[in-house]
Design a protein around this ligand. Structure first.
Ligand code: URA
Length: 433
């Protein structure tokens, strides 16, 4: 097989066979196909796409390019969830313990943040001693015994994706539904869970800007998951404003704890509860939404959801005192309140801009090599639709260095007010299966 023939086929919008896709993935993994040829095929896929069969086969071939975790030794159905990334997205920290407290086994591998979106591992590492890097055996043991573990990638999972993503990043070939879907799903499939719930975000702070594009990506990922025997569902959710009221690391842990105790922000709580209902039904722990909601309300009211989070933190070496007394979590040196200079209703909260501003405080990283500052971040004192009066605090900034006037100005303009009523928008637009 000559790789140039495969490039030409896709260039002329022809369908690739399983053998040709396998040849591509093998050649990427063992380095036998040069980067310039791989890049040419990637661009042809961006321009001409792939059908369902090609996309599913690509995901399958990528999944098998490295280690595949076998979770069958853990009793029961193992569940996973994945978010396509957002600003203020602390869902795993609340949703995981919620469903684990109801008896579902949660085996979750997460990543670090880059750019305007944060990463679950960075947030969890705000907790002193928290170990994100368990061995495969430790990971399985913890999921069996505690019901949940959230860790970084273990083993050599999907090496083909590492090489492809690095090339896509520098060749303008990231934005392609078959490439994004196969990249995300190959990693989810290799992580070994039986069920997968995808949180596909749309809006300003998301990969997909419109509901239509988010739906197409979700459908491509569901088709991959189901074709490989995993019960896969997706929620299309709003990222036109940050999720919850906090953006940062330690402050997002505090918000997740509040939510597990039943005092979380409305949008974030709603997202977690609806996602948890779906996961409990996928995992056959509950038969229907009503039964699932009843179980969830009970584990919140009894404190079991919060206890499960504490158990996970303890099992992974974290300082549980910080969970019981969140004021012990890293604290910034300074706290500055930003006041509104006008009255009105909040029309827009620019999530991408807020994510970048939080990153510039030190809460995120611009390049993979940077460290994050766990103490700094933003607390939103208003959300879309809220009424704000002149002089009200709109945002609290937690910072370790003096704020630059230009940075404050940009923060101020991330909040847009109007005199008109602002129509409510649901956090979950739709659920797909
Ligand atoms: N996240 C991934 O893991 N892969 C993509 O291609 C895009 C987002």
């Amino acid at each position: 097989m000559r790789f140039v023939d495969i490039i030409n086929k896709k260039r002329y919008n022809e369908e690739l066979t399983d053998k040709e896709i396998q040849f591509f993935v093998d050649g990427v993994t063992d380095g036998s196909i040069p980067d310039y040829q791989v890049s040419a095929l990637l661009m042809a896929i961006v321009l001409n796409g792939m059908n369902e069969r090609e996309t599913s086969y690509l995901a399958k071939a990528m999944m098998h390019s490295g280690d595949v975790i076998d979770l069958t030794s853990i009793e029961g159905i193992k569940a996973d969830k994945h978010s396509t990334g957002g600003v203020g997205d602390k869902t795993s920290m609340a949703l995981g313990p919620l469903v684990a407290a109801c008896g579902l086994k949660v085996a979750k591998m997460s990543g670090r943040g880059l750019g305007h979106t944060g990463g679950t591992l960075d947030k969890l590492e705000s907790i002193e001693g928290f170990n994100c890097f368990l061995t495969e055996e430790e990971f399985k043991k913890q999921v069996s015994e505690v019901g949940i573990a959230i860790i970084g990638q273990t083993g050599d999972l999907v090496p083909a994706d590492k090489k492809l993503y690095a090339l896509r990043d520098v060749t303008g070939t990231v934005e392609s539904i078959p490439l994004i879907a196969s990249s995300i799903m190959s990693k989810k499939l290799a992580s070994g869970s039986d069920t997968i719930l995808l949180d596909v975000k749309y809006g300003e702070g998301a990969f997909m800007h419109t509901i239509e594009d988010a739906t197409k990506l979700a459908e491509a990922m569901i088709s991959i998951g189901n074709s490989l025997g995993r019960n896969t569902m997706a929620m299309i959710t709003d990222m036109n404003q940050p999720l919850g009221n906090t953006i940062g690391n330690a402050i997002e842990i505090r918000e997740a704890i509040e939510t597990l105790k039943g005092h979380g922000p409305k949008d974030f709580t709603e997202l977690c509860m609806q996602a948890a209902e779906i996961m409990l039904m996928q995992g056959k722990v509950a038969e229907n939404k009503e039964e699932a909601r009843k179980m969830l309300d009970e584990v919140v009211a009894s404190g079991k959801a919060f206890e499960t989070f504490k158990d996970m933190v303890k099992a992974q070496g974290g300082n549980v005192d910080m969970i019981e007394n969140p004021e012990l979590l890293p604290q910034s040196k300074f706290k500055t309140e930003i006041k509104s200079e006008e009255s009105g209703n909040v029309k827009v909260l620019h999530s991408e801009r807020l994510g970048v501003l939080a990153m510039q405080l030190g809460a995120g990283r611009e390049t993979k090599e940077q460290d994050v500052n766990h103490a700094v971040g933003l607390e939103l004192a208003c959300k879309r639709g809220d009424k704000v009066n002149k002089g009200d605090t709109i945002c609290i900034v937690y910072h370790d260095e003096e704020l630059k006037p230009q940075w404050v100005d940009e923060l101020y303009h991330a909040f847009e007010l109007t005199n008109e009523e602002v129509a409510p928008q649901p956090i979950i637009e739709k659920v797909l299966s």
